[in-house]
Design a protein around this ligand. Structure first.
Ligand code: FES
Length: 159
């Protein structure tokens, strides 16, 4: 068994081998790997005797889970009503252009993931953009460029 598979096995075995353990197991996998690796999902399916398709629908339903590896930097644009009416769709589009990645995906080089969410619960300060868990309030189209530059600068200093 590969090292990673042993790690998946350890996570699965920490929980009761019952259907009700599905979400806690997915949460543990997501926390450890920042996404849900396909091999791990297969193992969960066998251990809990839950069809893989059901696991994938659960994983797709909850925003907290990702079926795709996440980038080194995570940019999330709030598209809830309050942010939407203040221009969030244009901000999201600008991020797509500047970061060269479609919303809901991770750039091929693994540097950036761009996502949208329904509402972050802080509508008064919208449009809100979260960059690596840091909240940016009252953002505009120009901020997409500024934030992208800031991230690129960080990348260069890390190289
Ligand atoms: S709509 Fe954006 S924080 Fe609520």
């Amino acid at each position: 068994m590969l090292h990673e598979q042993t790690e998946f096995e350890d996570i699965i075995q920490k929980h009761p081998q019952e259907k009700r353990a599905l979400i806690p197991i997915l949460q543990d996998l997501q926390t450890k790997y920042n996404y849900l690796p396909p091999v791990a999902l297969n193992m969960v399916s066998q251990a809990l005797n839950v069809p893989l398709i059901d696991i994938i629908s659960v994983a797709s339903f909850y925003n907290a889970f990702s079926l795709e590896p996440k980038g080194e930097h995570q940019i999330t644009v709030c598209m809830g009503t309050a942010c939407h009416v203040r221009g969030a769709p244009l901000i999201l589009e600008e991020f797509e252009r500047k970061l060269d990645v479609e919303a809901g995906h991770t750039r091929k080089d693994g540097k950036y993931s761009l996502d949208s969410v329904a509402c972050l619960g802080c509508c008064a300060i919208g449009p809100v953009v979260v960059v690596d868990s840091e909240y940016h309030a009252q953002t505009g189209i120009r901020d997409a460029g500024k934030i992208t530059k800031m991230l690129e600068k960080k990348e260069k200093t890390n190289d």
